[in-house]
Design a protein around this ligand. Structure first.
Ligand SMILES: CC(C)(COP(=O)(O)OP(=O)(O)OC[C@H]1O[C@@H](n2cnc3c(N)ncnc32)[C@H](O)[C@@H]1OP(=O)(O)O)[C@@H](O)C(=O)NCCC(=O)NCCS
Length: 230
């Protein structure tokens, strides 16, 4: 249950974290978006517990009933360079409501796989797009030039989100489609910006001002199905 104390605690956290931003979504609800850290393991586990079976399947490309402690560790113990994750917290209650991550491709350091997840009752408010835009800004700063995303062929929401950032389907296999998303160069030309994910650096006060807003990726691999890395 949301309490005034929760909200105050989150605002104090916001004040103490230069990398945290308050963002108003288009329905007026507010989130705090910030990089994920090890201490967020309980928040991430709680968020997963509130995902519908269908959202879990879309995220992991298979039925997924639970996250193991090793998976929770993998998802939260990120180095913020080769593996970045941004989390969104409900500003009113402090619970986790969305996360977007990229994992750099070891064979191609300018490329990274992405995944975006928004808990069901927060979907459709623009949060996925906001997270994706912010993740894009951080990825560009880390030298990443393109995202890839492996998406279930029946995932209309993610396909729609990716379409909105000019992603192209490049490959299809076993009921999944791989997309490639060019990232606008940090100081790119106007035409580059229109074609590629715009994003921003994720700092400062938000307000749904993203040029685009998203989170995606090779959901079943880089983003959670590498047990040996978890
Ligand atoms: C995919 C997902 C991250 C989208 O997040 P979201 O916050 O609901 O999306 P947004 O509200 O930011 O929508 C952004 C754009 O995506 C598209 N979109 C979102 N939901 C859609 C839907 N159900 N059908 C078609 N397009 C949709 C639209 O273009 C939308 O822009 P618009 O609202 O201006 O029309 C979310 O649905 C989710 O977490 N799904 C379960 C997990 C998952 O599938 N993750 C992807 C793994 S690769």
């Amino acid at each position: 249950m949301t309490t005034a104390a929760d909200a105050i605690a989150l605002d104090e956290e916001l004040a103490g974290q230069p990398e945290a931003s308050a963002v108003a979504l288009r329905d007026g609800s507010q989130v705090v978006i910030r990089p994920v850290g090890r201490a967020d393991a309980p928040l991430l586990a709680d968020g997963f517990a509130r995902l519908s079976p269908e959202s879990r399947r879309m995220r992991f490309l298979r039925r997924k009933d639970e996250l193991t402690p090793a998976e929770v560790r993998y998802f939260t113990d990120v180095d913020h360079h080769d593996h970045e994750a941004l989390g969104a917290l409900d500003r009113a209650g402090g619970r986790g409501v969305g996360v977007a991550r990229y994992v750099r491709d070891t064979g191609d350091p300018q490329s990274a796989e992405i995944a975006v997840t928004v808990v069901d009752d927060w979907q459709g408010r623009g949060l996925g797009a906001e997270l994706l835009a912010r993740l894009s800004g951080r990825a560009r700063a880390a030298g990443i030039r393109r995202f890839t995303a492996l998406v279930s062929a029946d995932n209309a929401a993610m396909a729609g989100l990716l379409r909105s950032v000019s992603a192209s389907p490049v490959h299809g296999e076993y009921g999944a489609v791989e997309y490639e998303i060019p990232l606008a160069p940090a100081a790119g030309s106007g035409s580059d910006r229109q074609r590629a994910v715009g994003g921003h650096d994720g700092r400062g006060q938000g307000g749904g001002s993203h040029q685009v807003a998203v989170d995606g990726g090779r959901c079943a691999t880089a983003l959670g199905e590498r047990p040996h890395e978890q």
